[in-house]
Design a binder for this molecule. Sequence first.
Ligand code: UGA
Length: 417
Amino acid sequence: MGSVTAACFAEVGHEVICVDIDRKKTEQINAGIPPIYEEGLGELLQKYAGKKLIAITDYELAVKETEISFICVGTPSADDGTIDLSIVRAAAASIGKALAKKDAYHVVVVKSTVVPETTEKFVLPILEETSGKKAGKDFGVAMNPEFLREGKAVQDFMNPDKIVVGAIDKRSGNLVSELYRTFECEVTRTGPATAEMIKYANNSLLATKISFANEIGNICKKMGIDTYEVMEAVGKDFRISPKFLNSGAGFGGSCFPKDVKALIGKAKTIGYSPVLLESVIAVNEKQPLLMTEILQRKIGNPADKKIAVLGLAFKNETDDIRESRSIPVIAELLRLGAKVSAYDPMAAENMKRIFPSIEYCDNASDALKDADACLVMTEWDEFRNLDSEFQNMKEKIIIDGRRIIKAKNIDYEGLCW
Ligand code: UGA
């Protein structure tokens, strides 16, 4: 989300230099072309690229010409679920080397999602080592987490619920907070580890709400109760809020699964066993497979049967398939010998890398034609209007993982309602 941060800072009046080691990306940004799909990002880049916003590959020049550097690089999961900090390390080392050649005070801010203590115990020492300078004296260090939903990142940046600045000292904190002076939202000032934990606690609580809703949904289904009715009423309690209480196939994406697992990993390294967080993941891993359990109850062995999968993206309005709940579902269908015909308005190309041999269709109608059953995995708006398309199925069996299908005259079953 570095490009969103850059474009939004330009929008609120700052001069921004983006640095990327990938020259192609910098050329794209300078041409006003967004490197990722984000609503509104293209317009902002068109407005500011080459003016208040430029992209270069030269760390030294960028650090020299600015007062603050944000580290906005990826923090993927390592094989054991902990976070892989190698990209953060490389970025911090490059900034440190550039700091060595700069006399003026500069603040380095971590925006990437990193587990508590990373900024102070990992990034800061790298900066000191590579710059030969002293943090808190020669340069500042802070952590400023982002709370941006994929697809709505520009909107979320410009209308924040909270802005958290966790700095090692007052001087760094003041300089970073000043960047947000035009926002109506008050800045919460903390230390770096607290800021890092706020981000993890935030995402873990949202993930917990979803797994909680799914657990209640699973119990409701066994009792013939409509969990959506239950959760709608539960969400009316202002202490709970109605958001993130939709049961379904579970949460995916590049953040919730990774962040909850990273927090679990961190807790364990300090001798704490986080049973609640582990259950959040356990419920989430079980949830998509309930789809194929229902399928088998309804049609028996799906071997050689045509199963339509509608929705491949981890949520609607994105082509991102990372941790998408459709991945374990398709894997299970293939294991059972089913023939999968898939459709997604945006994400098919990405899914081809994981499942190259399933059938990808250009529209829902083709995916559904002659299918023995259909599994709905993503809440794309266009699925809400599907109706006559189901009539071309061999058996009109629809298993809905997102409570989105409204069609009549079909054999409909919800995942957990
Ligand atoms: C999430 C957070 O919402 C952002 O605040 C955060 O900044 C971001 O992670 C991040 O750490 O960078 P995102 O991953 O884009 O954003 O996706 P969400 O819109 O939060 O949805 C996550 C998943 O939860 C999706 O798979 C969605 O289908 C699922 N979900 C959401 C449910 O199953 N039920 C719900 O009620 C809500």
